[in-house]
Design a protein around this ligand. Structure first.
Ligand SMILES: [Zn+2]
Length: 505
């Protein structure tokens, strides 16, 4: 993810408005004292005072995954193996959908009931292993009770039929609508961190990755761009069905289905990886320029990070403005306001950022949302690495100095990256200070060891999840150095540490 407000992009705006106004607009998402004290009070209630009238069902799957920032995201008791989203778009203007989502999963405990995350829509029926199931809904939680309880390690299939329009998702973590967003003339999906439940029933936490099949039917002349490989397009007369297979496991927030009239651009494969880009029809030809070097970027990042982890890559550019770009797996999405037609090289940094996320964020995903710097710090530093590739080490040093100065000039917008607030997940600190943490590590351990760390980390946690501690363990093992104090200073100290090798303090 790259947003206009979480990086330096907002600074020119910041300087134009009064400080107090800027504080309201730009940090309106920070935790209020009331919220903090409520949380503290809640955690102080002694367990003995909790009175329950009935014992909790030991065989009910948990309603959350226990994430430290968002404990109710995802669910417990099972792992999803594969999702099939069979969606018919009856009306593109309203995103009126008729849909069947099939969830193939494996129980990790005995289950009398389990939860999925899902909002809006009318549910017509739910079956588990072909038998009708009872279900109830409360906010984002859909509780399913199969007619026959599931036993531990059992593989089971849930089929949810529903219709209606996606509910507008306002995430606690972001100041704009996420999930399936309907715009004039089409729709797009940008779900980080919890928008996926706006259009399919899901175990919505990066800890439960799965492969996907997308079967999306749209009226002509609309097109569909989704994750993975387009394996088939079926002409039904008035409609087309687009079938995409995303065979590598994927975190749920990276699933995307975009509907518009689209131009497809096929590029020269890079290291054998096909690259295809989708652009809204009618966008100027210049919009393609910042994407022209994606193949070169993919080859360069493969040298630094190890082999590109997926079977295809590319970009999707929508003719609308939503203030963000997101690294949807195998197909990053860009709003037009993230593309500066007059600054191809500057926009290339955002293109490099989203591509680098395919390794850091998509293949290696966070195990807990509080570790988001493992995504954003790495992708931000990759912008610097692209500058180093195109303009040399001196240009990288200048970039590092500029980023460091920004953080020290506006510390309130760049808190320590290791400890983001739940309502300010994508704060500037996880980006800029997170990226600078990696440069400081590079200077601490040498170039050779640093890139060995990145490759070992990417390989060790490929298609899986990692924590900050996992990354530190890899760095200590590869360098033979004790680095806990180094990372404590960089990730958790209120004040950014100096970079003495560059005279920065
Ligand atoms: Zn990002």
């Amino acid at each position: 993810m790259k947003t206009k407000r979480s990086t330096k992009l907002f600074l020119p705006f910041l300087l134009l408005v009064s400080v107090s106004l800027a504080c309201n607009q730009l940090t309106g998402a920070s935790v209020t004292p009331t919220q903090q004290s409520a949380t503290e009070t809640a955690t102080l209630i002694p367990v003995t005072e909790v009175v329950t009238t009935e014992p909790a069902d030991p065989n009910a799957g948990a309603s959350g995954m226990g994430d430290s920032l968002y404990p109710e995201f995802g669910n417990g008791g099972y792992n999803v193996l594969h999702y099939t989203l069979d969606i018919t778009v009856n009306n593109v203007a309203t995103s009126d959908l008729t849909a069947i989502t099939t969830v193939e999963a494996k129980a990790t405990q005995a289950l009398n009931s389990f939860n999925l995350d899902f909002v809006a829509f009318d549910i017509t029926s739910i079956t588990v292993n072909g038998q009708p199931a009872i279900f109830e809904r409360a906010d984002q939680e859909l509780t399913v009770t199969p007619s026959t309880p599931l036993i531990e390690d059992e593989t089971f299939t849930v089929v949810v039929q529903y219709h209606g329009s996606p509910g507008g998702m306002q995430s606690v973590a972001l100041p704009f609508q996420t999930g399936w967003v309907t715009i004039e003339g089409g729709s797009f999906v940008l779900s980080e961190p919890d928008g996926s439940a706006s259009y399919y029933p899901v175990n919505d936490h990066p800890l439960d990755k799965a492969s996907y099949t997308f079967r999306v039917t749209v009226p002509k002349p609309f097109d569909v761009a989704a994750n993975g490989v387009l394996t088939e397009t079926v002409d039904n007369g008035d409609t087309n069905t687009f079938i995409f297979e995303a065979r590598d496991v994927m975190a749920s927030y990276l699933a995307t289905i975009n509907i518009d009239e689209l131009d497809l651009e096929t590029m020269e494969p890079a290291n054998g990886i096909p690259i295809r880009n989708y652009y809204s029809t009618g966008l100027p030809a210049d919009v393609r320029k910042p994407f022209a070097r994606q193949g070169e970027m993919l080859i360069y990042f493969s040298e630094l990070f190890g082999p590109y982890p997926f079977e295809i890559y590319g970009a999707f550019v929508m003719d609308t403005e939503f203030g963000a770009a997101l690294e949807n797996q195998t197909m990053s999405i860009f709003g037009m306001d993230m593309i500066d037609l007059d600054d191809v090289e500057g926009t290339e940094l955002t293109v490099a950022h989203e591509l680098a996320h395919q390794w850091f964020g998509d293949s290696v995903s966070v195990a807990d949302w509080s570790d988001i710097w493992l995504n954003e710090g790495f992708a931000t530093y990759s912008e610097g690495l692209w500058i180093e590739h195109t303009d040399g080490r001196g240009a990288l040093d200048e970039w590092v100095k500029s980023e460091y100065t920004t953080v020290t000039d506006f510390p309130e917008y760049f808190p320590p990256p290791g400890n983001p607030a739940a309502d300010n997940l994508f704060n500037g600190g996880v980006y800029l200070r997170g990226g600078l943490t990696l440069h400081a590590l590079r200077l601490e351990v040498s170039d050779e060891v640093f890139f060995d760390i990145l490759r070992t980390y990417a390989e060790s946690y490929k298609y899986s999840n990692a924590t900050t501690d996992d990354f530190i363990a890899v760095a200590e093992e590869a360098s033979g150095k004790e680095l806990n104090e180094f990372f404590d200073d960089w990730l958790f100290n209120e004040k950014i540490p100096p970079i003495p090798q560059m005279g920065l303090e």
